[in-house]
Design a binder for this molecule. Structure first.
Ligand code: HEC
Length: 112
């Protein structure tokens, strides 16, 4: 009996950890742009520290600024890296909802 159960358990664990990260299927994602989501999302969650006009950057590098769409695109891959669910470090409070992280990813990966 135990002999039969063990391989099953191992199999269950193996399939769970072997699950690939969900790839983004842009065709089935919403249209997300600087105009309809991006600018507001950056102002609300990032610009308190990252705006060129920020009075208290809390240590955010002077060069990492998200004032314009072009600024954001310049840092596109870094933004994706620091807000991705598994490597998140931004915002430092981590108070960005998973829904907003997803929108950010859709915006920068599917639409820009
Ligand atoms: C409370 C202040 C604060 C807020 C809000 C904030 N950041 Fe930062 N950010 C920092 C600090 C401090 C650093 C430098 C230290 C570091 O890299 O972790 C930084 C660095 C960065 C970097 C450069 C780091 C790298 O590895 O390339 C990026 C990109 C970034 N932030 C993106 C964001 C995004 C996107 C948001 C909004 C979702 C955000 N930050 C919100 C303080 C902040």
């Amino acid at each position: 009996m135990i002999r039969g159960a063990l391989p099953l358990l191992l199999l269950a664990c193996a399939t769970e950890t072997a699950e690939p990260p969900a790839a983004l299927d842009c065709a089935s994602e919403p249209v997300v742009t600087w105009e309809n989501v991006g600018e507001g999302l950056m102002i609300e969650n990032c610009q308190s520290c990252h705006a060129s006009t920020s009075l208290n950057r809390n240590g955010a590098p002077e060069s990492v600024v998200f004032d314009t769409h072009t600024d954001v695109i310049t840092f596109r891959s870094r933004i994706l890296a620091v807000t991705a669910p598994d490597t998140r470090t931004m915002p430092p409070s981590l108070a960005l909802s998973d829904d907003d992280r997803h929108l950010l990813q859709v915006w920068l990966e599917c639409w820009e």
